[in-house]
Design a protein around this ligand. Sequence first.
Ligand SMILES: [Zn+2]
Length: 247
Amino acid sequence: MKELLSLLRDLQKVDSAIEKIQGRKAQLPGMLEALDEIFTASRTEMEEQKEKLQEATKKHREKEELLRRGQDSLKKAKARQFEVKTNKEYEAILKEVETLEIKSSQMEDEILEAMEEIDRVRGLVQNIERDFDQARLRYEGERKKRAEELALADGDLHATREKSQALREKVPPDILKRYDTIRNVSAGIAVIGVWKEVCQGCRMNLPPQLYNEIQREEEIRFCPNCNRILYWDDQSNGDNEKNHRGA
Ligand SMILES: [Zn+2]
């Protein structure tokens, strides 16, 4: 019976390991998706800022063109000053020149502003591009790592399943059936330690008689509360605690 109990403890360890690998594997696609999202977001931000830069450059060109036309008009108006015949016409041209000069000066201010905006956005784009390059390297590295992890997990899973299968073949079918049934309803743990009359699966106090039987390891015993298969988890030596718990 001692051997069977030790076999069951090993099987529990291996089956728990399978669950752990499966859990890890299940997380990986989500992690990859999250990586993709972050990467796509930073690329979108970069593209948006590049578009802003293009817009600012276009606006600047348009304003330069408006300024050029305004200055042409101003030149023509000034030339006409000398051709007018009447005072009224002369005043009208003076007024026109004044308006055109104000407009030109405003346009020059706007051009300065546009150039400042271009400088600002260009600096931003340069920073973002540099960050993006680093983000891309990180992203590619991380993605590769996750893909390798997934392949590794597949390999581990295969090997661990084979181990489980080999152990299962040694356990009597009725006990194995009971083991799997308990696992299904007890969060994957069918074999659990008992120490100081307490089941470490459900924390229930066990009757002293049962505790004695478990210590003798003559028969497979079950927790009256959670139905788990019990073994004596001797923790009298402090070092054993870690090694045995959760086995
Ligand atoms: Zn229990």
